[in-house]
Write a protein that binds this ligand. Structure first.
Ligand code: RB5
Length: 151
């Protein structure tokens, strides 16, 4: 699987902490920055990763900011993106089983490296359940299409 990963200054440390999980799972990643502690604006980095997922250039993405909220807001503006802010195992699992989340958002200032690695491991190894959940995703798609067509 090929993914895109990005963060703001508040997510750099956690990004570096989860890279071993990607290696372990044989996931290839493109890093869209930032890679410095210098303050940056999360929408700039959220946009790059979300666009890659929205345009189908990568299968999934990871975004990290301080709370995960800013990155979630940005990512969920993009058609076809289903970004899920996960800070523990349960939401990581359910966001895949029920929501077929394609961007994992992590809160760099809230969870530690070990928690983030567990979350990422679960998120990448859990498959979408389909069935009634697909019907709900189809409804989300229909909302997107209606809004995109709106004058
Ligand atoms: C940066 O200070 C912080 O606002 C950002 O990382 C994020 O938490 C925004 O939602």
């Amino acid at each position: 699987m090929k993914i895109a990963i990005g963060c703001d200054h508040a997510g750099v440390a956690l990004k570096n902490e989860i890279v071993p999980v990607l290696r372990e799972l044989g996931i290839q990643w493109d890093d869209f920055g930032t890679n410095e502690d210098k303050s940056v604006d999360y929408p700039d980095f959220g946009e790059r990763v979300s666009e890659m997922v929205s345009q189908g250039k990568v299968e999934r993405g990871i975004l990290i900011c301080g709370t995960g909220i800013g990155m979630s807001i940005v990512a969920n503006k993009f058609p076809g993106v289903r970004a899920a802010l996960c800070r523990e195992d349960y939401t990581a699992k359910m966001s895949r089983l029920h929501n077929d989340a394609n961007i994992l958002v992590l809160p760099g200032r809230i969870i530690d490296g070990e928690t983030a690695r567990n979350v990422a491991k679960i998120w990448f190894t859990t498959d979408f359940e389909g069935g009634r959940h697909q019907r709900r995703l189809d409804k989300i798609r229909a909302i997107e299409e209606r809004l995109l067509k709106a004058p």
